[in-house]
Ligand binder design. Structure first.
Ligand SMILES: O=C(O)CCC(=O)C(=O)O
Length: 224
């Protein structure tokens, strides 16, 4: 996938995202556009809303600086990912309520067994909620003790511009749009690829009445 140089109305050069071809993807990276139908997305969103009633969104902060993330988060699974001034980690309970995370919904464990049939079951499903101005900087998912299983990620709601590179921060990156119902797999060589969300494109989906984007990221955390 390339980014094409274009010019905005004022003549400044801007980057536009070009739909990537599978040949352009990093090895082990897979994009499944429209994996979930609209009915399945509605159903999945209802299920996630139930999870959020049990485990409300919280505002993570950066280790050391305490700067809040622009994304709010929650989890389901036996372990959930949290970030606070003590660092990044997985823990079995919600940081504010102290309750165990709700179980990973069956529709997501089924997705995992469809796309990662060889992998041990997922232990964590991070729920990221992006309002219009939220983003996620380039990072690696490396707080897990087991990298043989992929990371599987589902997009719901407004379209996002997703950026992915290699396992070296300086590797070239490419960007692509992720729409509601799309699924991404970061496996094999791309398991430790740097990735992030450049921006969310407001009003690009009717899934959520008030807009925004939900991302669900399934991970195996411990060695089986
Ligand atoms: O929102 C996304 O699509 C990416 C989320 C992500 O990179 C993460 O949770 O580590």
């Amino acid at each position: 996938m390339e980014t094409a140089a274009a010019r905005d109305a004022a003549g400044a050069e801007v980057e536009t995202e070009v739909t990537p071809k599978p040949d352009d993807f990093p090895t082990g990276f897979q994009l499944f556009p429209d994996y979930f139908s609209r009915d399945q997305q509605d159903n999945l969103l209802d299920i996630i809303r139930d999870c959020l009633r049990a485990a409300p969104l919280f505002q993570p902060v950066m280790p050391r600086t305490g700067k809040p993330f622009s994304v709010r988060m929650s989890n389901c699974g036996v372990l959930g990912w949290v970030s606070d001034t003590n660092g990044y980690r997985y823990q079995p309970t919600h940081p504010e309520t102290g309750a165990p995370w709700p179980p990973i919904p069956e529709i997501l464990t089924t997705l995992w067994s469809e796309l990662a049939p060889e992998a041990p079951p997922p232990e964590a499903c991070l729920i990221n909620f992006y309002e219009d101005t939220a983003r996620m900087g380039l990072h690696q998912d490396k707080d897990e003790a087991f990298f043989e299983a992929p990371v599987i990620s589902v997009s719901l709601g407004d379209t996002a511009v997703f950026r992915v590179g290699g396992s070296d921060r300086k590797s070239p990156t490419r960007s692509m749009k992720l729409s509601s119902g799309d699924v991404v797999v970061l496996g094999g060589e791309s398991r430790l690829a740097y990735h992030g969300i450049d921006r969310v494109l407001p009003n690009t989906s009717t899934l959520m009445r008030n807009g925004g984007r939900v991302n669900l990221t399934l991970r195996r955390v411990t060695k089986p």
